[in-house]
Design a protein around this ligand. Structure first.
Ligand SMILES: [Zn+2]
Ligand SMILES: [Zn+2]
Length: 262
């Protein structure tokens, strides 16, 4: 991922401290929706992308009606595929339309317009996918990928991006790139919230087949002490000891487990 942290694009400080959230059900995709010049997508124009993020932040900070604390998005993605840190991971967005929607999903905005640059570039789709995977790995985002218009009356994220979202937000390229067949790491916070999810059942089945069962019954969808004890066995099987084998899933051990997509 070509990640541009706040300091690197010259973010101004937040007006108010941002609201911490442990995780979300997933990520919503947005677009700028205004006119974005088609020329922005040219390779030589990447130099203006950081300025564009600064301008959007300035715009949001000046919006007295919304009274934004900061740029509304958790991340922005330019046509060259760079991911700009907005509010960042574990921060409630201001972009989804209302408080319940802002708590339910992170918001990632593509530099795509309603005129000019209306089609995302392949690099941009890869960047959006990078942003989604980053928020899953580092922000406790769940598996949902939606558009701003899902649950809120808006055209956002425009027809091209919305069609991509409905296809499951695949990385471009190749003939029918298969979606990854393993469940991506849902984030440490996901497990701390004692989730009830088919992901937990799929994880448990994998642990059993690896000979790491501490289940008296199950495995089932509700995260339990038996899941944690079984996962600790898996961590020890991988060679982890001490606090690294405490039964709370981390990304390396999760990736090694290869939990099939649910
Ligand atoms: Zn939007
Ligand atoms: Zn760029």
């Amino acid at each position: 991922m070509q990640f541009v942290p706040r300091a690197q694009w010259g973010a101004r400080p937040s007006r108010y401290s941002l609201t911490y959230i442990s995780g979300t059900r997933g990520v919503k995709i947005h677009y700028e929706g205004t006119a974005v010049p088609a020329s922005l997508a040219r390779p030589e124009n990447h130099g203006s992308c950081a300025g564009r993020v600064r301008a959007i932040q300035t715009n949001h900070l000046a919006n007295r009606e919304e009274d934004y604390s900061d740029i509304a998005y958790n991340a922005m993605v330019c046509p060259h595929g760079y991911v700009y840190e907005g509010r960042g991971a574990h921060k409630k967005t201001g972009a989804n339309g209302n408080q319940p929607l802002n708590i339910a999903h992170y918001a990632v905005c593509a530099m795509v317009g309603s005129s000019g640059l209306t089609q995302p570039t392949d690099a941009q789709l890869n960047g959006l996918r990078d942003a989604i995977e980053w928020l899953r790995a580092s922000g406790g985002a769940g598996s949902e990928i939606r558009g701003h218009r899902d649950g809120y009356a808006t055209d956002c994220p425009g027809p091209a991006l919305y069609a991509w979202v409905q296809r499951g937000a695949p990385r471009p390229g190749g003939s029918g790139t298969p979606s990854p067949s393993y469940e991506p790491f849902p984030g440490a916070g996901f497990f701390q919230r004692s989730p009830r999810s088919p992901i937990i059942t799929a994880m448990g089945k994998r642990l059993v087949s690896e000979g790491c069962s501490a289940y008296a019954e199950g495995p089932g969808p509700q995260w339990s002490d038996a899941d944690r004890a079984s996962y600790a066995k898996w961590q020890r099987k991988l060679g982890y000891t001490g606090a690294d084998a405490d039964g709370w899933p981390g990304r390396p051990s999760w990736d090694a487990l290869k939990v099939p997509k649910v």
